[in-house]
Design a protein around this ligand. Structure first.
Ligand code: 2AM
Ligand code: CA
Length: 264
């Protein structure tokens, strides 16, 4: 069993507590699917409740840290070097539709560097966690990105743009380029888990644009600590600021980037 630092223990405990509420609410969502209006108000409430739980737990453990959270935005802290970056419910559309693939994502940024990340999928009870310099883990098992080096054996994940956002034409070109040379492309709808799956060697790589910092902050630490590379689609370092992400194993990061850019 891997030794967890006090910091990781705080993050895991907070994610687990929020996830307990989400699982209860997910049971209700499955019942509400048949109503005409659907469960959307109920899901917004579940999401906000999970965020309140995370805020309470994280503030209790580290009272001075700043927070950036999906629902409530930025909260300044007396400690200017530490900031939690939190998504209480990543994969909201899945949750809303009764699809059991969503996660709680918690990252810590210190002096503007991502230091630790936890991504918890409560349905599968998969706790992904990583701390800079300490490796990435799934529950108690050390993670390593996949060793596949050929595109035609490789499975990739992405996010498909939807109504009202992003450049659909550019995405279709990227997808066309990757589907033509790979073993397949998946779209499971939770960015934090897509990154965790790259860290776990389940996918060789993942790309998406139009994301928010809380979608990717924890997952970036996971991929790096599992030996993978993370950049923007263009190969730059500003994933959180641009919302553009390209994560892959060390063998294929460059090749995936070239394939995507040639497609665009
Ligand atoms: P969410 O479930 O927390 O909204 C799906 O492609 C991924 O994009 C999910 O991780 C989703 O996070 C994220 N995403 C970011 N911005 C979004 C938006 N405006 N609408 C829907 N999904 C968004
Ligand atoms: Ca999200």
């Amino acid at each position: 069993m891997a030794a967890r630092s006090p910091l990781i223990n705080v993050m895991i405990a907070a994610a687990q507590k929020a996830a307990r509420g989400l699982i209860r609410d997910f049971g209700e969502v499955e019942q509400l699917q048949v109503s005409r209006k659907g469960p959307s108000d109920f899901v917004s409430t579940a999401d906000r409740k999970a965020e309140r739980t995370l805020r309470r737990e994280l503030v209790k453990a580290r009272p001075n840290y700043a927070l950036l959270m999906e629902e409530s935005g930025e909260t300044a802290g007396a400690d200017v070097s530490n900031r939690w970056i939190v998504d209480p419910l990543d994969g909201t559309t899945n949750f809303l539709h009764g699809i059991p693939h969503f996660a709680v994502s918690v990252a810590l940024e210190r002096d503007r560097q991502l230091l630790a990340g936890v991504v918890y999928d409560p349905v599968k009870d998969e706790m992904f966690w990583a701390e800079k310099g300490q490796g990435a883990y799934l529950n108690g098992r050390r993670l390593r990105v996949s060793g596949r080096r050929e595109l035609d054996d490789s499975l990739f994940a992405t996010g498909i743009p939807f109504k009202g956002v992003r450049d659909h034409e550019a995405f279709l070109k990227q997808l066309g380029a990757v589907m033509a040379v790979s073993a397949g492309v998946r779209r499971l709808g939770a960015a934090a888990l897509d990154l965790a799956y790259v860290a776990a060697g389940r996918y060789e790589g993942y790309w998406e644009t139009g994301l928010q910092p809380w979608d990717t902050a924890a997952g970036i630490v996971l991929v790096r600590e599992a030996g993978g590379y993370v950049t923007t689609l263009e190969g730059g370092p500003d994933m959180l600021a641009t919302g553009s992400i390209l994560a892959a194993n060390d063998q294929l990061h460059g090749t995936l980037g070239k394939t995507l850019r040639a497609g665009a």
